[in-house]
Design a protein. Structure first.
Length: 433
């Protein structure tokens, strides 16, 4: 068993790139991050992914692979002083060795613009190899100047196979005396929800409890041994994805009481409320769409409200959004249309943009016919160029978007039917006036 002072998750931290579990799309042979390790030239990067997928480990391995000093800064606890201290230490290191320093900023999205900007001159000078870790979209949370100087690598949640491999490795190395049944293994993997650190925490707690009780680990013991915060999405034993499905289908089925029930079950089981917020945003577009465009706005506002208030106050905004979504008129017309268009594009191949739709910013392009014959809709009756075509040549008129007769989409459908009828009456070949 690992020393008591060292948590299992830390004891299991890989020391070689080949020992990292998961992220084969980045670390497999010939894949981008593997090639970065093998290139001989470290570069700044942003590691974007959910918790417990190896962001800190990869940063440490990058420093080790090139024999560079490693400085870790927490954007939650740190500030400008930590950045200044890192500059002093890195400057001394470069004076002594001639090498840059890997500066790892965990949860970099928590730093404000000024704090993030403070890294720029040192990244540009080569003093820092900057590695930022974030669970949020760096396009929105990392300043553009810093983002442009780093390569973004997107890390994925660990698969069930990855988690099972991690569990078995931890048992073999540190917990060989602990007997864990197959159902309990599956429950541990489901409870982890793609988070390797969470899996190892749950395994460690369970193994210690089992050793004290002198009994093997089964599902019943596991439920009793794990605290509520680790029995994530599995309070009562249901699978995480089943609860998501139940919430989504309750909203789709216009049952606000059931939707609130499943939301409460997920929150009680330890789900991140922002996950519920993201699902609500998806529901607003997938199942309500243009039948009530306000649904998407309300879902986004609920997410923003929770980010400002946190728990438990912010959960009321999520509940408000869930009830609104459940009671809104339903339409999956946009969702269905996008799916049909994507399937068409995948099989149709690449067609050129019609000449009359091309931009013509230069005289040469105009001379080549770019933009010729285009009709400016605002100059036409009703701001609609009847008979104008916007699809590539050879693609017949389509009706991928078919509005329902519910909510606002009923009016949209009436408008679309009128426009399509005008097109039929005034049909003309592409690019002809």
């Amino acid at each position: 068993m690992q020393p008591a002072a060292v948590p299992l998750a830390e004891a299991m931290r890989p020391t070689r790139i080949d020992d990292v579990v998961g992220q084969r799309h980045l670390l497999g042979a010939g894949k981008p991050l593997r090639m970065a390790f093998e290139s001989g030239h470290p570069h700044s990067m942003i590691l974007w992914g959910p918790p417990g997928v190896g962001k800190t480990t990869l940063a440490r391995l990058m420093a080790g692979a090139f024999g560079l000093d490693f400085i870790a800064i927490s954007a939650v606890l740190g500030g400008v002083k930590d950045i200044r201290d890192a500059v002093e230490r890195a400057t001394a290191t470069r004076a002594r060795t001639g090498l840059p320093t890997v500066v790892f900023v965990d949860e970099v999205h928590r730093f404000n613009k000024a704090q993030q900007d403070a890294f720029l001159p040192h990244v540009e000078s080569g003093l820092f190899v900057f590695i930022g870790a974030t669970t949020e979209n760096p396009s929105f949370e990392v300043v553009g100047a810093l983002l442009s100087r780093a390569v973004v690598y997107v890390l994925e949640p660990l698969s069930e196979a990855d988690l099972l491999q991690l569990l078995e490795s931890a048992r073999a190395r540190f917990l060989p005396q602990v007997e864990i049944g197959d159902d309990a293994r599956r429950m541990l993997v489901e409870t982890a929800d793609g988070d390797g650190r969470r899996l190892l925490q749950a395994l460690e707690i369970t193994a210690n409890a089992a050793a004290q009780a002198g009994r093997p680990v089964d599902v019943e013991f596991l439920r009793g041994a794990l605290p509520a915060t680790l029995r994530r999405f599995d309070k009562g034993g249901e699978n995480f994805y089943d609860q998501i499905s139940a919430l989504h289908k309750s909203v789709r089925g216009s049952d606000p009481d059931a939707a609130l029930y499943w939301m409460a079950r997920m929150l009680d089981g330890g789900v991140d409320p922002l996950y519920v917020a993201r699902r609500a945003i998806r529901m607003a577009s997938e199942d309500i769409g243009l039948a009530d465009p306000r649904a998407l706005q309300l879902a986004l506002e609920a997410a923003q409200a929770f980010e400002r208030l946190g728990s438990p106050e912010g959960e009321l905004a999520l509940a408000q959004a869930i009830v609104y979504l459940a009671m809104a008129p339903k339409s999956n017309a946009v969702y269905r249309a996008l799916g049909e268009v994507r399937r068409f594009v995948e099989t149709d191949g690449t067609r050129p943009v019609p000449m009359h739709l091309r931009n013509a910013p230069t005289r040469l392009m105009k001379d080549l016919g770019y933009g010729t014959g285009y009709r400016y809709a605002h100059d036409e009756e009703g701001a609609f160029a009847a008979g104008e075509t916007y699809l590539p040549e050879g693609v017949p008129p389509q009706q991928w978007y078919r509005p329902t007769d519910r909510g606002l989409e009923q009016r949209i459908g009436e408008r679309l039917a009128e426009l399509r009828a005008r097109n039929l009456r005034a049909a003309k070949p592409p690019g002809k006036s």
